[in-house]
Design a protein around this ligand. Structure first.
Ligand code: T46
Length: 134
């Protein structure tokens, strides 16, 4: 199965403009425990560069664009997020990096767990050990 899995979110457009609705356990495939958003990212900055032991997320680029790299220890795939109706599913034990943020990028992330600094895997070799790739 492809590492890059996306949700195509229904868009409600009319003469007033556009709306997308997100519902836990409905078009978002988990109960939402946390929402955060990333914006004002400086040129050339790379964010992420880690994995999580137990965290499922959906990332939606509300404005602008950025490029995600996902890596399961065997395969590495990329996707440019540039549309507020596309949600990128990021599963646990998946290395993620975010590159090429446009100056107007607003990246919103929905998560199935509260913030836990101990859940991060920052070292790529540790990640490979955990995914049993070395
Ligand atoms: C991920 C990618 C897509 C908090 O206090 N609470 C939070 O919920 C988050 C996400 C972060 N923080 C603090 C921890 C750091 O001091 O905010 C600071 C920046 O977090 P971090 O360096 O983890 O941010 P990114 O952009 O590297 O990664 C984030 C998420 O942390 C991560 O889970 O998958 O976005």
């Amino acid at each position: 199965m492809s590492l890059v899995q996306v949700l195509n979110l229904q868009l409600f457009s009319d003469e007033q403009g556009s709306l997308v609705a997100l519902e836990e356990n409905n078009n978002i495939p988990f109960a939402i425990k946390r929402v955060y958003y990333i914006f004002g990212t400086k040129p050339g900055v790379v964010r992420g560069v880690h994995a999580h032991r137990n965290l499922k997320q959906v990332a939606i680029c509300l404005s602008g664009s950025c490029r995600f790299v996902l890596d399961d220890g065997i395969n590495r795939e990329e996707i440019v997020l540039d549309c507020p109706t596309v949600g990128l599913i990021i599963n646990d034990l998946c290395w993620r990096e975010m590159h090429d943020f446009s100056s107007d990028c607003v990246l919103m992330v929905l998560a199935d767990q509260p913030y836990d600094a101990a859940d991060y895997i920052h070292d790529y070799q540790d990640f490979l050990l955990l995914t049993k790739q070395i």
